[in-house]
Design a protein. Structure first.
Length: 148
């Protein structure tokens, strides 16, 4: 069996060679593009059926399908500040607006967190004559801190 990292490398190479998008792969799997992309990049676990659809689209073998079914270690970034400019901007957003998000969420809901387990996200493009906009919608269940 190949490692999860090797499977991700094979997926990225096959995706480029086949010239397919993550959205096209997600459509074949029958799941949301954000979740499928997360799974293909090693952050979520697919069922055998989902993994088989992926390898079918990409022309990959059963070793990749098996790796897609392994429970991943979540969190693909090192503890250091990310250097990729797009990922860094999300880090910057949490540095600048993290305390604001925390204050407003807890003001509305109480002391707790937004779940990253019971969670969905959508990414959309909003055309704008001044420059296209990225629209990200995060939707997580609120989990209050428990007192005991």
């Amino acid at each position: 069996m190949i490692s999860r990292d090797e499977a991700t490398e094979a997926i990225i190479a096959a995706k480029a060679m086949k010239k397919v998008t993550y959205a096209e792969i997600a459509k074949a799997v029958g799941k949301h593009p954000v979740w499928v992309t997360s799974a293909l990049l090693g952050q979520a676990t697919m069922t055998a059926e989902e993994a088989q659809k992926v390898v079918g689209v990409l022309g990959l073998g059963p070793d990749v399908a098996a790796a897609l079914q392994v429970y991943p270690t979540k969190g693909s970034l090192d503890a250091d500040v990310p250097v990729d400019p797009l990922i860094y901007r999300f880090h910057e957003i949490t540095q600048v607006y993290g305390t604001t998000l925390k204050a407003l969420i807890q003001e509305m809901f109480g002391d707790g967190i937004m779940s990253a387990i019971d969670f969905t996200m959508d990414i959309a493009k909003q055309e704008d004559p001044k420059g296209d906009r990225v629209v990200i919608t995060m939707n997580g269940k609120f989990l209050p801190y428990k007192k005991w």
